[in-house]
Structure formats: structure tokens, C-alpha cells
Write a protein that binds this ligand. Sequence first.
Ligand SMILES: C[S@@+](CC[C@H](N)C(=O)[O-])C[C@H]1O[C@@H](n2cnc3c(N)ncnc32)[C@H](O)[C@@H]1O
Length: 208
Amino acid sequence: MYRHRFTDFTDALTPVYDRLFGAFIGKAHEAFRGRVLELAAPKNGERVLDAGCGTGLTALRIAQRYPGCAMYGVDISPKMIPAARKSAEGGGLAVAFRVGSITALPYPDAFFNVVITSILFHHLDLEEKRRAVGEVARVLAPGGRYISAEFGPRAANALQRRLAKGDYTLYPSHLEEAGLIIMRHEIQPFALGKKVSCRVAVKPSIPG
Ligand SMILES: C[S@@+](CC[C@H](N)C(=O)[O-])C[C@H]1O[C@@H](n2cnc3c(N)ncnc32)[C@H](O)[C@@H]1O
């Protein structure tokens, strides 16, 4: 059992997760992932982390499209990570996947040039969100970019907010509190009336 019930839910979906995205979320899923790739656009030699990478749907696309970057993926689920490794092997892609939590990332300070999260933050409560963004800021090198693609702007109704323990998304204040500067914000359609807030934030070279 995880702290958050969504994580048990996505864990159970592991064997069919990729097919579900393809079948039910279809074009919107490709569109928002494609936009994340464009916003991240890693240069050759850059280290990129997809935190809460799940089955690797975003990490594998990045490894394929930007073969010059060094791609890493971390997820709390010991079921999702083997599935991601299997897909990487099948596609002949080099991605260093490992099990770990975004609230205590298993990487040194300033290790990454780019960190990505996609549809992860609804799995975290408020305190975990703070720790998670703090960890993103810690592992980013000065000048590094954080690309977040999270459900938002906020829960559409009281039931969703209740299911998500009163909070459903990543707020700009979480990024600002961690010393990250938001450079860009746009909204992408998801599916079932949901939207994804895509943000690009930068870790300043000289802390503010
Ligand atoms: C909805 S899935 C999204 C997966 C992937 N990012 C994607 O775009 O398809 C959310 C993922 O977050 C993972 N997760 C939940 N809590 C986490 C944590 N504290 N640290 C890392 N991953 C976590 C879950 O195991 C699950 O794989």
C-alpha cells in the first residue's frame, strides 16, 4: 500500500497502462507528450530526468527523439520500472530507469540539466508536493530547466478535490518557494474534459 490511493491504482494498471493511454486518451495524450518534448528539447550531452516516469511513455520518447542526451527515469513503483526497462530494451533505447521517490531523489545535487514530471502531482499530498519540488530544485544544475505537465489549473469539482485530499495539482507557489522561476505556462487538453498545465521553470544561476 502506498500513501496515496492513486498510486495503488496506477500500479494495478501497469500491464495495460500504455494501451490505455493509446486507446482512451489517444490524440490528446500524444499532443501533450509531444509538447513536453518540445519544451524540454535537451541538447547533446545534457542529463534529463523524468521523475514519476511510470512505464516510460515520456522518457522513451525523449531518448528516441534526442539520442544525444543522457536519459534517466525514476518511479516509486517497483512494477512500473521493470515495464519501462522492458520497453527500453525492446526499442533499443538507453534510459537509466530506477525505483525511487521524487520526495527523496536518489541523485546528487546539481546533477541534471532538465527535470520533467508529467501527471504525477495528483499522487502527492501538500507536504509531499513541497518536498518533491524542493528535490527537483536540488538535483537541477544552476540554469537547469524544470518542465512540469500536471493536471490543472485545479480540480474541476469538489469530489475530485476530496479524492485528491483537497488538492489536485502543482501550484506556481510550490515552484516559487523552491526558488524556481516560471518562464512559461500553457494549457494542453488531456481527455475526459481534463486539462494539463505545462510549465517551464528555471533554476537561477545565482540563487535569488
Ligand atoms: C499517472 S502516472 C504518470 C506516469 C508518467 N509520468 C506518464 O506521464 O505516463 C503517475 C506515476 O507517478 C508515480 N508516483 C507516485 N508517487 C510517486 C513518488 N512519490 N515518487 C515517484 N513516483 C511516484 C506512480 O507510480 C505512477 O507511475
